[in-house]
Design a protein around this ligand. Structure first.
Ligand SMILES: NC(=O)c1ccc[n+]([C@@H]2O[C@H](COP(=O)([O-])OP(=O)(O)OC[C@H]3O[C@@H](n4cnc5c(N)ncnc54)[C@H](OP(=O)(O)O)[C@@H]3O)[C@@H](O)[C@H]2O)c1
Length: 347
């Protein structure tokens, strides 16, 4: 699935370069001839550094920088001189010992600071933020949250942060808040184009991302996809939370996510908010698919039942721009299984 593979020698920055999405994106950008500045929190973390340095084209065109969102001024050197910046990093856990009490404030401040550094650079044409559908809940924003879901989930939806959602825990509540407020922060900084010095901003709110990656360890979102098979209670709780927040689970393949990021880079002009997913299935649909296609694994009976919601996927803005998805949601699940077998998590 190598989309838009025409060569480009842009200089780009990818924050969170060693993560699941970051490393897959860097691999594609290098394959397309880009010069990549990638940020990691710790350049002495041998396993992460070696993996990136081993990518095709890395020796000539990949430069690694150390930067932490809790000290967001550290991103400036990596951003300087770049044509495009992909802000992919996000703190999954809070780190103590900084001025922040939680990762929500750190995520928002870093978004603001990275956007300002892009604008100051004088070279960055577009900032592309890896946002999340968790910021785009179709729940109706009423006083007690009992009115249910809107008819469609699309770019007009914003997650109401005042509701208590089933299966919520501290980790999920903070993550949802951080992704919602940081996306709003990035978009609002550039509402007035003069404040961005002509720079454009795109937020790409991705569904739950699955599929194989070359990094040698399991990643959070793939663990969530696999949870009906692995009986990982924490991950399965996250899957159920997503369903309660989003009516169903928006699903997207890692290849499509990376292709969509690169598509956003290659447009002559593009700005605003875009949802990115190619399937919208219930937790019961996911469990039933596994049960039928992979009968060698056992799926608990209770996982085959769940709410059947009428909300439809209503987002078409990315497709209207000309982006074509390739990975149907069944392929996402198949490739999560392939990834788990490679890592010997499933036999
Ligand atoms: N996977 C999904 O289903 C999904 C869906 C929608 C949106 N997203 C978004 O996609 C982005 C990447 O997610 P992922 O799934 O690839 O997760 P991941 O593998 O856990 O990657 C997260 C990245 O963030 C970096 N990071 C964490 N704390 C940081 C900090 N304090 N300062 C700087 N960098 C920090 C990590 O860097 P180190 O390597 O230095 O630890 C890592 O590279 C996130 O913004 C996430 O919200 C993911």
């Amino acid at each position: 699935m190598e989309k838009g593979s025409s060569n480009s020698n842009y200089k780009v920055c990818v924050t969170g370069g060693a993560g699941y999405i970051g490393s897959s994106l860097i691999k594609k950008l290098l394959n397309q001839g880009c010069f990549v500045h990638a940020t990691l929190r710790n350049l002495n973390d041998h396993s992460k550094v070696q993996h990136l340095k081993g990518l095709n084209g890395a020796e000539e065109r990949l430069k690694l920088f150390e930067a932490d969102m809790y000290k967001a001024e550290e991103f400036e050197p990596a951003i300087q001189g770049c044509d495009f910046v992909f802000h992919v990093a996000t703190p999954m856990m809070h780190t103590e010992g900084h001025k922040y009490d939680n990762r929500v404030d750190a995520t928002i401040d870093a978004a603001r600071s990275i956007a300002a550094a892009c604008s100051r650079s004088g070279t960055v044409k577009r900032l592309i933020y890896t946002a999340s559908v968790m910021a785009a809940s179709p729940l109706k924003d009423d006083i007690d949250g009992r009115s249910g879901f809107k008819e469609f989930m699309d770019e007009t939806c914003w997650t109401p942060l005042n509701l208590s959602i089933a299966y919520q825990n501290n980790f999920l509540e903070e993550y949802t808040r951080a992704k919602t407020l940081s996306e709003k922060e990035i978009l609002s900084s550039f509402d007035n184009s003069s404040s961005g010095g002509g720079m454009e901003v795109v937020t790409l709110a991705c569904g739950l991302v699955g599929g194989e990656n070359t990094i040698p360890c399991m990643t959070g979102s793939v663990a969530v996809f696999l949870s009906p098979l692995t009986n990982d209670d924490f991950a399965y709780n996250s899957l159920k939370f997503l369903e309660e927040l989003l009516a169903k689970i928006p699903i997207v393949h890692i290849e499509d996510v990376c292709n969509a990021h690169i598509f956003c880079m290659k447009q002559v002009s593009m700005s605003g908010r875009f949802l990115c997913a190619n399937g919208y299935a219930s937790t019961a649909d996911i469990a039933s698919y596994y049960q039928k296609k992979y009968p060698q694994y056992s799926v608990k009976k209770e996982y085959l039942e769940g709410p059947k919601r009428e909300t439809k996927w209503g987002s078409s803005l990315l497709a209207e721009k000309g982006f074509e998805y390739e990975g149907h949601w069944n392929l996402v699940l198949d490739d999560c299984i392939g990834f788990a077998r490679k890592l010997e998590i499933l036999s």
